[in-house]
Design a protein. Structure first.
Length: 67
């Protein structure tokens, strides 16, 4: 039996908590969690124009860690 809180499973709650932690210019920002009238859950994140696969394919050199 899965544990639930307010209808959300423990893994779902854990994922929401993890996504809401990082705040860095290189990480897509977490906005909020919403539920619709049918009790579906949506995680709202900031809009990003491109996707990571295209970005990496267009680069000639690998990304380097920032200081």
């Amino acid at each position: 039996m899965k544990e639930e809180f307010n209808g959300l499973s423990t893994p779902t709650l854990r994922e929401i908590a993890i996504k809401s932690l990082p705040q860095h210019p290189a990480i897509v920002g977490f906005k909020e969690v919403v539920r619709d009238d049918w009790d579906r859950v949506f995680v709202v994140m900031e809009h990003v124009e491109n996707d990571l696969a295209r970005f990496m394919a267009a680069r000639r050199q690998p990304l380097r860690p920032t200081k």
